[in-house]
Design a protein around this ligand. Structure first.
Ligand SMILES: Cc1cc2nc3c(=O)[nH]c(=O)nc-3n(C[C@H](O)[C@H](O)[C@H](O)COP(=O)(O)OP(=O)(O)OC[C@H]3O[C@@H](n4cnc5c(N)ncnc54)[C@H](O)[C@@H]3O)c2cc1C
Length: 310
């Protein structure tokens, strides 16, 4: 189902992000987490794509497996860096055959192990270029025999950054670039994780001022450890940990369980406030684990996502 159709029928979407596991042990952990999370009845789940396509087959196979063996609706991430048009077309053809309904279209970052990669050799430079290509693909293959089962082809999501993207310090220009992605055909925006809701509300207001009218889904990640917090600061570059959150973590004095409880509490407060302020959706960065997300749901007083939609 196109996510834009889900926005029509549900007041708020709830979704989970997974990454493709690289070892048999990690795969086991992921499927345990999924078994635990499926009863929460998410609107959809998304599957990340390793930098520069480093998980191309793993992402594709996990997405197709989820689509064919579970009730979950998987949304694959897809990035431009290090890809030819043929690479992208092959993946889209496979996803179309499997009946995948939506794609999260991203620019991506040059992988750390290929620092000298020449971006001039990539078929697409920015996410907006990929969105335009997806629209062409949809026109050519949507509803055609052997093409995409939906005559509209894929629904399209793009990324947004409430705290700003480090690649564009000029926040006015950044908004122009985000608007270009939406004008090219994106149906909705999913944000980078953030820990201070004021950043999200201000971003939402700035989108409105810029004439960006598509639904914006908020990215939330419960902190589960100090190490996790440090690696998130590295991965989600620019991400800010508010002083009250840092003080709460410091008060735990290294007690791992206490840090986890603080993280779940903080994320629960964020979600409750987002729901009050009528967010279009909440996307949980699960890191392939289920406990923290399930605890956030419990703290919100519901057993599955349908209880949050009212
Ligand atoms: C929800 C979400 C999911 C993600 N999933 C993945 C994933 O699965 N795999 C992965 O590798 N990474 C992922 N990322 C990280 C993302 O790939 C990086 O943040 C990347 O640097 C930017 O991707 P983008 O789609 O925002 O790129 P773009 O929208 O192309 O923007 C990249 C930078 O270029 C600037 N820009 C855009 N258009 C122009 C233009 N015309 N001229 C000049 N500058 C321009 C933008 O302002 C921005 O600074 C994800 C990020 C988010 C928020």
């Amino acid at each position: 189902m196109h996510i834009r159709d889900i926005f029509q029928s549900e007041r708020t979407t709830f979704s989970f992000e997974f990454f493709p596991p690289k070892t048999a042990e990690a795969a086991e952990g992921l499927f345990t987490a999924m078994t635990d999370l499926e009863p929460l009845r998410p609107s959809f789940v998304s599957v990340t794509y390793g930098a520069g396509g480093s998980t191309r087959e793993l992402t594709r196979d996990l997405v197709v497996r989820l689509k064919t063996t579970t009730k979950l609706d998987p949304v694959p991430h897809l990035t431009c860096v290090c890809h030819s048009e043929r690479d992208i077309a092959e993946l889209l053809e496979r996803y179309a055959q499997a009946g995948i309904s939506n794609i999260l279209a991203l620019g991506g970052d040059v992988p750390r192990d290929r620092p000298h990669h020449d971006r001039g050799t990539d078929a697409f430079r920015y996410a907006s270029d990929l969105v335009r290509y997806l629209k062409q693909f949809n026109e050519k293959h949507g509803g055609k025999p052997g093409g995409h089962p939906d005559k509209r082809g894929f629904g399209i999501c793009v990324a947004g950054y409430p705290e700003g993207h480090p690649g564009t310090p000029n926040r006015v220009k950044e908004m122009d670039h985000l608007k270009a992605k939406v004008d090219a055909g994106a149906d909705w925006i999913c944000t980078q994780l953030f820990f201070d809701n004021r950043d999200f509300y201000d971003f939402r207001d700035r989108c409105e001022i810029a004439g960006i009218k598509v639904p914006i889904v908020a990215g939330v990640m419960p902190i589960t450890s100090v190490k996790g917090m440090q690696s998130m600061a590295e991965m989600a570059a620019g991400c800010r940990f508010p002083a009250p959150l840092q003080r709460m973590v410091n008060r735990c004095h290294g007690d791992a369980e206490a840090v986890r409880r603080v993280g779940v509490h903080w994320a629960s407060q964020q979600c409750a406030d987002l729901l009050e302020r009528k967010v279009a959706g909440i996307h949980f960065y699960t890191l392939n684990r289920s406990t923290a997300t399930r605890e956030v749901f419990a703290n919100l007083g519901v057993t599955d996502a349908s209880g949050l939609r009212g």
